[in-house]
Design a binder for this molecule. Structure first.
Ligand code: NAP
Length: 388
């Protein structure tokens, strides 16, 4: 006998670009990706701007006629029919908005970067724990079949001991022309919205480094990395336009190199996972991984000739593809994870536990400290509520 799927009732906080993409995915029936244990219901969307903006959003994504439109975030968090809220405002506002939801007793899926700094993230985690609410940073990448499969293959030792991971996410932009300058400009460079490459894109580079050099390890081998980094600032606003991070993980001796830029394109091979037996590479875009290549180290010119003392492996070169099922963008995988966690009474996701989100925030704090990148005081504050 099959049991009824568990239905998670969603509220969407904000009506911007990613809110639209996520909500469209939410409306795709889970059965199209072979998920039969959970379901999603779009209960309401809220705009801080106006109710008509929320209505236009619902119209544009062809939402069910039962979905409600609210003209304020407070109205949304007061809706008793909403279980979980997807926070999709700029990262400058994640702390205030995620906190608004948690204070109102709602579970939260909060867009990346989780918050502006680790202290804010810690405050949200403590609140979720106190209130018995689910809270997850929306790093959707981790829930793609390709990401799960790579973690599993590396965990099983297929490429040997991983000693180094390179990861880059960058976008080639005419920064001044497209994003603007002094008066704030686009979210990507606006210091008042915690703009810049690090929090927006660098989080994905760090995600690949952490998935492999931290997440999959047994707890006894995990260690907080030592951070060395450089930031190049955008003259127009003072945010970071290029950031390069080298992480040394003391317990394993492994190195992670995470890079990001908003002025040059992603490097041609943006993720390289180098083990003692084999290498895994991923193409762009690393935030939405749908294929990867696994290569025995003997294939590389720099390898020792056969019969040397280099470890031998039966690994063969292969390219593996797992396209996004059901015709969506792939954001539904993280929504499914939320539903399964909440159904199972979990407060956090094993794909990205609180402790790991907090550690990554701490690394980004240190990178900003080393590069002298400070956001306006109200953005860095843990005070609540604050209006800005
Ligand atoms: N997972 C991904 O692939 C992905 C991709 C892009 C962005 N993101 C993340 O998602 C978040 C939003 O990005 P986005 O590209 O959707 O941004 P966006 O298009 O600028 O939308 C942000 C929305 O937030 C609301 N908002 C509330 N306070 C605001 C303020 N002070 N300034 C501007 N907007 C404000 C607005 O909606 P209302 O006025 O209707 O309330 C606005 O439409 C960011 O944290 C970003 O890092 C994730």
């Amino acid at each position: 006998m099959t049991s009824e799927p568990f239905t998670l009732r969603w509220g969407i906080l904000a009506t911007g670009g990613i809110a639209k993409t996520f909500t469209k995915d939410l409306l795709i029936p889970p059965a199209t990706r072979n998920a039969h244990d959970i379901n999603h219901k779009l209960v309401a969307v809220a705009s801080s701007n106006s109710v008509s903006r929320a209505q236009a959003f619902l119209h544009e994504i062809n939402a069910p006629s039962t979905s409600k439109a609210y003209g304020s975030y407070t109205d949304l968090v007061s809706d008793p029919n909403v279980d979980i809220i997807y926070v999709a405002t700029p990262h400058s506002h994640h702390y205030q908005h995620a906190r608004l939801c948690l204070e109102a007793g709602k579970h939260v899926l909060c867009e990346k970067a989780f918050t502006v700094n680790a202290a804010q993230a810690q405050t949200l985690v403590d609140l979720a724990k106190d209130k018995g609410l689910f809270l997850m940073e929306a790093v959707w990448t981790r829930y793609f079949p390709v990401a799960r499969e790579i973690r599993e293959r590396v965990r099983k030792g297929e490429v040997g001991d991983v000693k180094r991971v390179w990861a880059d996410l960058s976008f080639w932009n005419d920064v001044e022309g497209v994003f603007g300058g002094d008066e704030g400009g686009h979210r990507m460079v606006n210091i008042g919205l915690a703009g810049g490459a690090l929090l927006d894109l660098g989080i994905y580079s760090l995600t690949w480094v952490f998935q492999i050099l931290y997440h999959i390890l047994p707890e006894s081998q995990r260690s907080e990395p030592i951070v060395s980094s450089q930031i190049a600032k955008y003259a127009g606003t003072g945010c970071d336009e290029m950031t390069t991070i080298v992480l040394h993980f003391p317990k394993t001796g492994a190195h992670g190199v995470a890079t990001t830029s908003i002025r040059v394109p992603t490097t041609p091979t943006p993720v390289i996972i180098q083990g003692t037996l084999g290498t895994i590479t991923l193409p762009h875009p690393i935030y939405r991984p749908t294929s990867y290549k696994i290569i025995p180290n003997s294939s590389f010119e720099s390898s020792q000739p056969p019969n040397s003392s280099q470890p031998q492996t039966s690994l063969e070169e292969e390219t593996i593809t797992h396209g996004v099922e059901g015709g969506g963008h792939g954001m539904f995988y993280e929504a499914d994870e939320c539903a399964r966690c909440i159904k199972g009474g979990k407060l956090q996701s094993e794909g990205l536990p609180w402790e790991e989100s907090l550690l990554i925030m701490k690394v980004m704090d240190e990178v900003r400290r080393q590069g002298g990148l400070v956001y306006p005081e109200e953005l860095e504050s843990c005070e609540y509520p604050l209006n800005f």
